[in-house]
Design a protein around this ligand. Structure first.
Ligand code: HEM
Length: 687
């Protein structure tokens, strides 16, 4: 009975989002309560999502045996053995990063996307381009109405982010029963395709030090307006014991910092990559980034051959970019996105996509020997982007947003056989701050702190600790690690989408040579305040969800014991951070977030699709569109399984649903048995 009451109030609030008639829903609820809201979801969702209560969780028992030591021994042998190619221009030196996004003088119509996204929207050529502000669903909330950190309703400081992280997002491993680490990791690829906060290093040491390497407040902490170090509370279970005072935190670059708006206009944080889903993490977001990573031969991206395998070019500034590298001769990659070296699994997926580009460019060149480098590059890029869009919308997002929710909200059109002409030039594809700084960061909860290396017969070959390999991509080139880690991605369960976070990212993030490191959850909370995100309550209102006027009223979406903790931590319901409360909501059945984040993410990916004139299913402009048979082939053959198979070194078997764990219904099959895109459909018959 209690179950029905809770579920009913929650569900009714959600009906607007999912377009179900209230009567229809109530009828279903009475006849079969646990099935209400699950109609239309694939059967495997239903097995693991029981009503509005958290789904089945599997506890993790230890880490098994470890071969980490072997990896370390190997790593030490490689200290001096890499020969660096001549240094290209590093991504950090790109002059485009010093200004605000500017409209080009005019737009020329092109079959291909520009690198920086300009003129995707012909009427608003700056929509979605780098160096422009994030969008907002809710008005900014700054303490002084212009740029300072928001304060509580009482005027006091908001509660300490590290304290919130420790109380509400502790470390406990509950693993997902269905989805694997590849699902988690691909999410980071999508993120890096769509946004990057300006001015902060993210993946390596910040140039501004508000808190030094020993965790002590720097002289700049009080005087530099960019500094907002996270203060460690004296009660901190981990850091107080070692005398850490703070964690570094540098504020995001804004329109005000760059003088792009009048002096008293409120600060709008900037993103420095294209908002479009255009594989900018691979190709770059400006000409300055794109040029040094192209080979200008056969349409290929630049790669370096080592041990017969293709690797990205070397970043010229190894000690800065790959701060954990123990020698300047270690690999440290240059790619379209500066975060490429941040963690080994991310690096692997970046390399897989890079190799996919070159694989396609080679195939196109064999089919159309008369095509020049530029045509081959652009055509291969266009196919890679289409593949990724197909994988993102039809394989990845349904896991997190719910298949039925996506269909109802017109994010996907399963079974469509021809074009879907839903491009709308009035929809702004700019990434919402609520998405990038709150909702999508919720998926940091999925991260596993220890990564499995898995052999071809799917046996455990070793385990590495994540914090040993932040910003040190050497690992992926060691012996079979590239393939073993790739199989590990598809074999190892991701963490469950809940309030429990892995201590590798809440105690040891970018620890370098120190015993402890940063806290990604505390950083997310601080970043939300830095960006002046609207409160949890205000965001619920903007989503059309019920608006809690008291802590008690938050129990419609958040379990009671967590609401009680929120009430202990915050003074007033309107003080509650979106980043915090959104992550405490119970997951909507079939999705991996609660209703508020689901609203934001659904809205974002609707805009990302409908606001992209080049979206792969769009056929309105014949100069841009794929032919119907090419589109069909992309729909049939573009899968994450096939992309992994085609671009790893020696992987011969893969399960067809490669975001899903191996099971009886998802057994590895020979790679050749997986559907593939028929590139002969790109034969240029007009020649
Ligand atoms: C080991 C894996 C990961 C690590 C170490 C990591 C680390 C980070 C760091 C350090 C930041 C910047 C924090 C700040 O200073 O504000 C960040 C931002 C972010 N992360 Fe992650 N992350 C990981 C995986 C993911 C995943 C799986 C997702 C989503 C599925 C994700 C989504 C985001 C988003 C949306 C941002 C903000 C991007 C922006 O606009 O700048 N991350 N992450």
């Amino acid at each position: 009975m209690i179950y029905i009451k809770m579920a009913t109030s929650t569900m009714i609030c959600l009906l607007a989002m999912f377009g179900l008639a209230v009567g229809q829903y109530l009828n279903l609820l009475q006849s079969n309560p646990s099935q209400a809201f699950l109609q239309g979801f694939p059967s495997n969702f239903q097995d693991n999502n029981i009503g509005i209560f958290p789904a089945q969780r599997l506890p993790v028992n230890g880490l098994g045996y470890s071969k980490t030591k072997n990896i370390e021994e190997l790593a030490s042998k490689y200290k001096n053995s890499f020969s660096n190619p001549p240094p290209p221009l590093g991504a950090g030196q790109d002059p485009a990063t010093q200004t605000c996004g500017l409209a080009p003088a005019f737009c020329t119509k092109s079959r291909y996307r520009s690198i920086d996204g300009t003129c995707n929207n012909l009427q608003r050529p700056t929509w979605g381009i780098p160096q422009t502000p994030y969008g907002r669903l809710v008005k900014f909330k700054y303490g002084d109405g212009i740029s300072s950190f928001p304060r509580a309703v009482s005027g006091k400081e908001l509660p300490n982010p590290r304290e919130i992280s420790s109380y509400l997002f502790p470390s406990k491993q509950l693993v997902d029963p269905i989805w694997n680490l590849n699902a988690q990791q691909w999410g980071q690829i999508i993120t890096h395709d769509m946004s990057l906060t300006a001015g902060i290093a993210q993946s390596h040491k910040d140039t501004v030090s508000c808190c030094d390497d020993n965790g002590q407040l720097s002289r700049d902490a009080a005087s530099n307006p960019l500094c907002a170090p996270i203060i460690i509370p004296p009660t901190d279970a981990v850091h107080s014991q070692v005398g850490t005072q703070c964690m570094n935190f540098v504020r995001t670059g804004t329109t005000r910092d760059r003088g792009c708006t009048p002096p008293f206009a409120p600060a709008e944080p900037l993103s420095t990559v294209t908002a479009y889903m255009d594989a900018s993490f691979c190709y770059g977001s400006s000409d300055g980034q794109a040029r040094p990573i192209r080979s200008y031969l056969g349409g290929r991206m630049r790669t370096i051959l080592r041990n017969g395998r293709e690797w990205p070019p070397q970043d010229p500034n190894v000690t800065l970019t790959c701060e954990s590298a123990q020698s300047p001769n270690e690999p440290c990659y240059l790619a379209g996105d500066i975060r490429v070296n941040q963690n080994p699994q991310l690096t692997i997926l970046q390399i897989i996509v890079l190799r996919e580009h070159n694989r396609i460019a080679d195939a196109l060149s064999a089919i159309n020997p008369h095509w020049d480098d530029e045509t081959l590059y652009q055509e291969a890029r266009r196919i890679v982007i289409a593949e990724l869009q197909h994988i993102n919308y039809y394989e990845y997002l349904p896991i997190f947003l719910g298949y039925d929710n996506m269909v109802k909200n017109k994010l996907i059109y399963p079974g469509a056989h021809s074009y879907v002409n839903d491009y709308n030039p009035n929809v702004d594809p700019t990434v919402l701050d609520e998405h990038a700084t709150a909702a999508f960061r919720h998926f940091h909860t999925l991260i596993r702190g220890y990564l499995q290396l898995i052999s071809e017969n799917r046996r455990l070959a070793g385990i590495v600790r994540l914090s040993d390999w932040f910003n040190r991509p050497l690992l992926v080139e060691l012996e079979n690690a590239f393939d073993d880690l790739t199989r590990g991605l598809t074999f190892q369960p991701q963490d469950y989408s809940d309030q429990f976070w892995d201590s590798e990212i809440t105690q040891f993030l970018f620890k370098r040579n120190n015993t402890f490191g940063g806290d990604l959850r505390a950083t997310d909370i601080q970043r939300g305040r830095d960006h002046g995100l609207g409160s949890y309550v205000a965001t619920r209102a903007s989503c059309g969800l019920s608006v809690p006027k008291s802590f008690h009223e938050m129990t419609d979406f958040i379990p009671k014991q967590n609401v009680q903790l929120l009430e202990l931590i915050y003074e007033h319901p309107e003080d509650v951070d979106l980043v915090v409360a959104g992550s405490l909501e119970t997951n909507v059945p079939g999705a991996q977030t609660g209703p508020t984040f689901l609203c934001i993410i659904t809205e974002q990916f609707y805009r990302t699709r409908v606001g992209d004139r080049f979206f792969f299913e769009n056929g309105a402009d014949p100069d841009i569109a794929f032919t119907p048979s090419q589109l069909e082939s992309i729909r049939h053959g573009a899968s994450i399984a096939r992309v992994l198979c085609d671009n790893s070194d020696n992987i011969h078997h893969m399960q067809p649903k490669a975001f899903q764990q191996i099971s009886h219904s998802n057994k590895p099959v020979p790679c050749s048995k997986l559907p593939a895109i028929d590139l002969t459909l790109w034969r240029d018959v007009g020649f």
